[in-house]
Structure formats: C-alpha cells, structure tokens
Design a protein around this ligand. Structure first.
Ligand code: ZN
Length: 147
C-alpha cells in the first residue's frame, strides 16, 4: 500500500476541438499549464478510438483501433511526472450506436469529435513515474513509497 497526500490547487474546465488527438491534447494542456499532478475526467465523442490492453505476461501493450464514431461514456485518469514531463495516464470507456461498450488504456490515435474535460490540479505530493521491473510498467514512486 502506498499513499500520498496532495491538496487541490485549481480546476481547469474546457473542451477539445474536433480532430484533436485526445491523449496528446490533454498532455499538451498539462505542459502548457504546468500541471505536474492531477486528476482527469472527460465525456464526449470520438471519430476513432485507439486503446491499449496490457499483456501482463509479455509486459507490453497491444493496441486496437476502432475506426467508428463512439461516445466517450467515461474517461478517468491522472497526471504525474515521468522523465520530468507531465504524463497523462487515462482509461476510457466508449459506447457504440447500440450502447455496447468497450474500453481500455487510452492511446494516442484517438481522434476527438467533441470532448468536455475537467482537470483537477493537485500539489504537495512527491510523485513521479519510474520503471518497475516486476510489472514492466512505469509506476509511481515518491518519498512515502521509495520503491
Ligand atoms: Zn493504463
């Protein structure tokens, strides 16, 4: 178990433009606004989705592209530093015309049709992503959980 104790500093509310790459534009926003720690949520729709599934045995992501219009039923994620830069880690649930859902790890290549987001900016915690040999993932480390 690990725990950090950040505080809320401010909230950014906005929308993305049609044609934006969902993950890249959220990352660019964090860079522009100097957000190094935060929580993200969003709803909207995409023209195309690209999502990842982490193969735990092979320790790598497999990606799938869904080249159809989909609703963003929910996006939840966080922002923290990786290699000194803001890094967005988000998972997303999409729904289709029939209401069927699919989801996974948001990857670049997901193209916005319309998207409203809320970015809760945090401060006061020492958190940064570092490579973890057991999982093959870049996981949080900080003062309160050095390994
Ligand atoms: Zn993920």
């Amino acid at each position: 178990m690990i725990a950090a104790r950040p505080s809320y500093s401010r909230v950014l509310l906005g929308r993305l433009n049609p044609g934006d790459d969902l993950l890249e534009s959220l990352t660019a926003l964090c860079l522009k606004e100097g957000v190094s720690l935060g929580l993200l949520e969003a709803i909207g729709a995409v023209r195309q989705a690209r999502i990842g599934y982490y193969d735990q045995q092979k320790q790598r992501y497999c990606h799938r592209i869904f080249d159809v219009p989909l609703e963003i039923a929910g996006l939840h994620g966080n922002v923290s530093l990786k290699d000194g830069e803001p890094f967005v880690h988000a998972h997303v649930t999409f729904s289709d015309r029939e209401g069927a859902v699919l989801g996974g790890h948001l990857a670049s290549g997901t193209i916005v049709f319309a998207c409203e987001f809320v970015l809760h900016c945090l401060e006061g915690a020492d958190l940064e992503r570092h490579y973890d040999g057991e999982t093959g993932l870049y996981l949080w480390r900080g003062k309160e959980f050095p390994r």
